[in-house]
Design a binder for this molecule. Structure first.
Ligand code: SF4
Length: 241
């Protein structure tokens, strides 16, 4: 009976030891499992955080790129505006450089003021005849207005106004040209003035038989000795000039 009890105690002891080992093992496994889970959780958290950070970074990067694009577009637009402004300014300068005093006068004066232009103490009819005769002598080549004004001792302003007047009267045309870097006008005759000087001495003006004179009459310019003599004298005078 005592022996049986001893065996049972030994067995129990062994079983207890085994149970203890088992318990320790389980405990160890459990601890390991808990540690692993915790680690997993931490890692998961870290991964989530990292993902969030990466996402934020990606969004920030996208925003930065979008901003860069917008800035680039803005810079390009600004550049374009500036270039256009510069181009317009250059054009304006070019136009201003092209503008002549005559164009400014045309803006300032009325048509009546242009046509009715007079110079103090000057016989304008005579001056107009003289100027147009001078211009006519250059035929279709024309003459630079400043040269003409110098010859006539006219100021540029008076000359310009006179040229405008002659143009409005249909006597000349003005051709805008660039001369030595300055815009000016070449004046070309359009309608030569009728000079009365050439007929001042014509015999017909004082002819006593003028009323009987006609092309098919006995008294006719075709057979008139007065005319013949006058033409002869005129030719001789013109040759000697
Ligand atoms: S052409 Fe001779 S005739 Fe006739 S009006 Fe003249 S000057 Fe007199």
């Amino acid at each position: 009976m005592v022996k049986k009890e001893i065996v049972s105690a030994t067995k129990l002891k062994k079983e207890l030891k085994e149970a203890k080992v088992e318990l320790l093992s389980r405990n160890k496994k459990l601890k390991l499992s808990v540690k692993t889970e915790a680690k997993k959780k931490v890692n998961k958290k870290k991964a989530v955080t990292k993902k969030k950070v990466d996402k934020k970074k990606a969004v920030a990067k996208k925003k930065a790129e979008a901003k860069k694009k917008v800035d680039k577009k803005k810079a390009e637009a600004k550049k374009k505006v500036e270039a256009k402004k510069k181009e317009e300014e250059a054009k304006k300068k070019e136009e201003e450089a092209k503008r002549t005093p005559e164009e400014e006068l045309e803006e300032q004066l009325t048509e009546e003021e242009i046509i009715g232009f007079q110079i103090d103490k000057t016989d304008m009819d005579k001056l107009v005849n003289r100027v147009t005769e001078m211009i006519a002598s250059y035929a279709t080549k024309g003459i630079l207005q400043n040269i003409l004004w110098r010859k006539l001792k006219l100021s540029s302003r008076d000359g310009s106004r006179l040229a405008l007047k002659l143009e409005r009267l249909g006597m000349i045309t003005r051709e805008k040209i660039l001369e030595k870097g300055r815009w000016t006008y070449k004046l070309i005759i359009r309608k030569a003035p009728v000079s009365t000087i050439s007929i001042e001495d014509a015999p017909c003006l004082i002819c006593p038989v003028e009323t009987k004179c006609a092309l098919n009459n006995d008294i006719s310019p075709k057979t008139c000795q007065y005319i013949e003599d006058w033409v002869f004298v005129e030719l001789k005078t013109n040759k000697s000039k």
